[in-house]
Design a binder for this molecule. Structure first.
Ligand code: PLP
Length: 443
């Protein structure tokens, strides 16, 4: 009791709780060593514990263990955002002169990273013509460091044949990296199908409330780096940036995530705040329940839109005539994700009138929030792409992407219904837009 009082009033903790091996009771940047020898052992990665929060801290460690467990992985490393996690995932095993082979259907910013930023560092990214395993196989060569896909593409809604892509990657001696943000481990665990590395934007369904940015890299611990030692010298030969450490010797099967932490996180520093980790952990406690409701609501919305003449088309993998239906059955047990894209009749302008008339569904470029969201990819998330690139990414000018939330289904459909009405009646659409703006201001 007395010790707690001391902690509150003095601003530092009773001695035991600041020790490197203990869980602190509140936020701290660095951790005290027992002795010089203890500090030395921690920096040599010989003792388990914490040194400095950029490299690891106990709150983030709980998040990392929990997501690794959900994904069936060995270890994980959290990062400040999904993009930071993607950067780490690639840079841990890529270097100038090497290449990455990717499916074309990607999150807009990931596409920008791959098409422009990595190439400027000398890492080429080869975009396959499609997400077909054969299209990927054609592009892999001796300089390839990994194959990349999104298990369920955002916003294209394509479902990758993870097992076949893993087989292609492994035949060529490279790992498969899967962005599992849209599916979540509740619907699909890519490691069960042979994926080696899983990346998440925790910002989306995992956190689930649209309040907190975060990302994570999960290592399955299964890729045989040593067997392909020449391809991955950064893991299998002494690393000058870490006093000659050989990751495969030191970390064994966790070599990859060890390098992500010791090199990428330590030197690039896109660290997740522990307060954000705490908020994301709260979200993860309900992700299974939320995803169930997201999926049920999305089915109802897709059915509503399919039967409505005001919608030109609906892309929803839960329908038997969808090209990805078989993969949805195999990988998602038929539970298609709650991203539904559709075209409003009336093309670009019809789409805009619909978008402006929404009242419950929020006009945001996020997804995976408990609240229903809508976005117009061509003018926002995919704006940096050429029309041809947009088309390959599954985005057309009239596409509206809905991220169906967990509200009561009648409320969601009621809002879509009135917005479709507005889209069909240009005059009223403008009025509805003004009203929607006023209502949004009051929220
Ligand atoms: C949002 C998203 C990202 C980026 O995540 P941030 O947390 O916003 O950095 C990456 N991949 C996919 C599929 C996403 O939806």
């Amino acid at each position: 009791m007395q010790q707690e009082t001391m902690a509150i009033h003095s601003g530092y903790e009773p001695e035991a709780t600041t020790r490197a091996v203990a869980v602190p009771i509140y936020q701290t940047v660095a951790y005290a060593f027992d002795s010089a020898e203890h500090g030395e052992a921690l920096f040599n990665l010989e003792a388990e514990g914490y040194r400095y929060s950029r490299i690891g801290n106990p709150t983030n460690a709980v998040l990392e263990r929990r997501v690794a467990a959900l994904e069936g992985g060995m270890e994980a490393l959290s990062a400040s955002s999904g993009q930071a996690a993607l950067n780490y995932a690639v840079l841990a095993i890529a270097q100038a002169g090497r290449n990455l082979v990717s499916v074309p259907q990607l999150y807009g910013t990931t596409h920008t990273l791959f098409a422009h930023v990595l190439p400027s560092l000398g890492i080429a990214v080869r975009f396959a013509e499609s997400d077909e395993p054969a299209a990927i196989a054609r592009l892999v060569d001796a300089d390839t460091c990994a194959v990349f896909c999104e298990s369920v593409g955002n916003p294209a809604g394509n479902i990758c044949d993870v097992e076949a892509l893993a087989a292609v990657a492994h035949d060529h001696g490279v790992p498969l990296i899967v962005d599992n943000t849209v599916a979540t481990p509740i619907l699909l665990r890519p490691i069960d199908y042979g994926a080696d590395i899983v990346v998440h934007s925790l910002t989306k369904f995992m956190g689930g409330h649209g309040t907190t940015l975060g990302g994570i890299v999960v290592d399955s611990g299964r890729f045989p780096w040593k067997k392909h030692a020449d391809r991955f010298p950064m893991l299998t030969r002494p690393d000058a940036s870490y006093h000659g450490l050989v990751y495969t010797d030191h970390f064994g099967p966790a070599a990859y995530i060890g390098r992500c932490r010791s090199v990428c996180q330590r030197t690039m520093g896109s660290v997740l705040s522990p307060l954000s980790a705490f908020l994301l952990l709260q979200g993860i406690e309900t992700v299974a329940l939320r995803v169930e409701r997201h999926v049920d609501n999305a089915r109802r919305v897709a059915e509503f839109l399919r039967n409505d003449p005001r919608a030109a088309w609906v892309n929803y993998a839960g329908f038997p005539d969808n090209p990805y239906h078989a993969l949805a059955r195999k990988y998602l047990a038929g539970r298609a994700c709650s991203l539904v894209t559709f075209g409003v009749r009336g093309g670009y302008h019809g789409g805009k009138r619909f978008y402006n008339a929404l009242r419950l569904v929020k006009r945001l470029v996020n997804l995976g929030d408990a609240k229903s969201l809508a976005c117009h990819p061509a003018s926002t998330t995919h704006r940096q792409m050429s029309p041809e690139e947009q088309c390959k990414a599954g985005v057309t000018p009239e596409t509206i992407r809905l991220s169906i939330g967990i509200e009561h289904i009648d409320d969601i459909i009621g809002d879509l219904d009135q917005a479709l009405d507005a889209a069909m009646a240009p005059g009223r659409g403008r009025l509805a837009a003004v009203r929607a703006g006023a209502a949004a201001g009051m929220r």
